[in-house]
Design a protein around this ligand. Sequence first.
Ligand SMILES: [Zn+2]
Length: 418
Amino acid sequence: MAWLWALLLAGQAPAPPPPPRPLLLVPGAVFDGTDPVLHRGWRVLVRGERIEAVGPAVDAPADTEVVELGPDTTLIPGLIEGHGHLFLHPYDEAKWDDQVLHEPLALRTARAVVQAQRTLAAGFTTERDLGTEGAGYADVGLRQAIAQGIVPGPRLLVATRAIVAAGAYGPKGFEPGVEVPQGAEEASGVDGIVRAVRAQIAAGADLIKLYADYRWRGGEPSRPTFSLAELRAAVEAAHDAGRPVAVHASTDEGIARAVAAGADTIEHGYGATPATLQKMKAAGTVLCPTLAAADASARYAGWNGRDPAPASVEASRTGFAAARRAGVTLCMGGDVGVFPHGDNAREMELMAAAGMPAAQVLLAATAGNARAFGLADRGEVRAGLLADLVVVRGDPTADVAAVRDVALVIKGGQRIPN
Ligand SMILES: [Zn+2]
């Protein structure tokens, strides 16, 4: 009988839904991500998932829906979070060790779904997620669920488990004979690290995250973990597969090795000497300074946020200033997850507080991150690109905190219900 029903249903198939009407967005001004100024009186025409036209005089077809956004609003490209962990939540809610060791995968995944929704609602339409920290390959499934429209969230670039040198990462400090689950995949040797890179790519990694240094024992300073030969082999294997490589490194030696190995981005990077920063600039390596992670961690340890700041926060600020002076390209990525998802703008505020003009911070968080991550289809308000757009109240080129006052988020041409 099934064939009969199929025939009957085929005969009654409803006409496909009409294509969505084009949208003409009329904000007070447009920040298009190509230059650091506001364009007053510009309009943006969206058709389907793409931007069709932008400028002062845009011809809209007769069936266009006009969306008046108000004279005080600014339309900007969808923001791009450069360094997040959707499978972590703030360490003052639960210590990192407890999240890795005691929280069931389903709990972590359920929380990640909500955190992805908050991220998108805050105007972040793309996020580079740099490791699930013990939640396996759950980021691959979350990326698929978002892409299929099952749950709302930013477009994800995921690193899956991340790769650490055997013995270097955590949780640590247990009876040495006991095998403790780790926050990333352990690897050793050129063959071992290449095997880990390929396995993660096969499992769905969009990029590879390596740890070039870490604290071998709690309380001691970070020291290099992987050798230059190991890092080189890992980067080569990832690049052969078309995957960029992000490297956690905060020591000068770890950063220098990662740059020499061909890393695409350095995460944290606080300890780079001027000579190493020059090598980064020459190699085109991008620095993701994660000021907000240093800030949040210090607050969890009791800092009240006032100057003088603790040494860790000072190190993040001086590292950021030195990188700017050296002309190193800066990514916008805060290590969100250490602090609450949806509060991603915190990194932008700290970049501005550390001396970067607001318009430059906005460029870093949009077109800059798109370039740094090889995303040619987004990051600017330009005809032909994905219609990932945010409308905020106020002028974020005057005060970057205006990005917190979100009036509308559009992802792929679809308005996101708030
Ligand atoms: Zn991180």
